[in-house]
Design a protein around this ligand. Structure first.
Ligand code: UFG
Length: 330
């Protein structure tokens, strides 16, 4: 398959590009490098520095490249920022996605794989989360992803689009060889901040609350390896052959892991101490989020290779040890 990977220079997109190549597919990356890293994309992969809101540029790409399927990873994903700058999120995550969909459909490309998030569920009444639970996001980031999910259903019904939406839990880890990994600017995610603090490159890690109703008082999350996420995107191709397919899957390991457990794993794997400060809760952090991914496992035969935090952290350490300053180190 020739796969247009929107956001292919970003964290999850760049890992998926590698997995696509390994599986014998041909990725074509579209990324405006607003947050992505050109160095994360292999030199052999066609690369278009294009904004997804630019319909003229997109039309040109769809005209020139014979694309079979589009994967869309290109979103802004800072929950806090989405609250203070909602239009930035509506314009990029929603509006630009509609431009991308319009352009691909105009050119007869009808297969779409969309990166959604567990943030579309909002505050859930029970755990683990299953796909048919009510979705009520509590921030604009989650809302923009849900808005696209709803539009996709209409396009499947009305225009024969075949799509799969993956609701990621906490993407984590790095390529097994440590060649690419997690590097956001600004960085807000727990694992890279913990490694940065341990390596003395960042301030002490702030633990946002240890008074949650969880076993050790810190938040529980479902950390899922970025390569496992990528593999699901490829496993779904066969299902997209069915015109009008409208598929929704949670992707997580189902294993709740606390902030403290992540820190313990970082220390064990790196042999370094993570300096920490305890501070107040971060606004908008639910106490616990973890997935039931039975649907992806049953329907796609998807089986995460990494089932617990330590092996995930081992891959992350290979990346952070090799590139302490991320892609800047290249
Ligand atoms: N945390 C800290 N200190 C930090 C950073 C994080 O204690 O410096 C804690 C958070 O409070 C949270 C956990 O570590 O309990 C994980 O936080 P991350 O920021 O790494 O990830 P989130 O769970 O907040 O966010 C992730 C994705 C979002 C997605 C969200 C859905 O990054 O894109 O899950 O809840 F929307």
């Amino acid at each position: 398959m020739k796969v247009l990977v929107a956001g292919g220079a970003g964290y999850i997109g760049s890992h998926c590009v590698r997995q696509l190549i390994a599986a014998g597919h041909k990725p074509v990356v579209v990324d405006n490098l607003s947050y992505g890293h050109k160095a994360a994309v292999p030199d052999t992969v066609p690369f278009h520095d294009v904004n997804l809101g630019d319909s003229v540029a997109l039309d040109r790409i769809f005209k020139n490249e014979q694309i079979d399927v589009v994967m869309h990873f290109a979103a802004f994903a800072y929950v806090g920022e989405s609250v203070t700058k909602p239009l930035k999120y509506y314009i990029n995550n929603t509006s630009a996605t509609y431009t991308l969909l319009d352009s691909m459909l105009k050119h007869g490309v009808k297969k779409f794989v969309f990166s959604s998030t567990c943030a579309t569920y909002g505050i859930v009444k029970s755990l683990p989360i299953v796909e048919d639970m009510p979705q009520a996001p509590i921030n604009p980031y989650g809302q923009t992803k849900l808005d696209v999910e709803i539009a996709l259903k209409a396009l499947a019904y009305g225009q024969g689009l075949s799509f799969a939406t993956f609701r990621y839990f906490n993407a984590a880890g790095a390529a097994e060889d440590g060649s690419i990994g997690e590097d956001h600017n600004p960085e807000t995610h727990l694992i890279p901040l913990a490694f940065g603090a341990a390596q003395g490159l960042r301030p002490a890690l702030q633990i946002f609350g240890d008074d949650y109703p969880t076993p050790d008082g810190t938040c529980l999350r479902d950390y899922v390896h970025v390569d496992d996420l990528s593999r699901a995107h490829i496993a779904v191709f066969e299902k997209l052959e069915q015109p009008g397919a409208a598929l929704f899957y949670n992707l997580g390991t189902g294993q709740p892991t606390s902030v403290r457990e992540v820190i313990t794993a970082v220390e064990k794997v790196s042999g370094l101490k993570v300096p920490v400060n305890y501070t107040t809760r971060r606004e908008g952090d639910p106490p616990a989020l973890y997935a039931n991914s039975t649907k992806a496992q049953t329907e796609l035969g998807w089986k995460p290779k990494y089932l617990s935090i330590e092996p995930i952290i081992e891959t992350a350490w290979r990346w952070h040890e090799r590139k302490p300053k991320g892609y800047q180190d290249r």
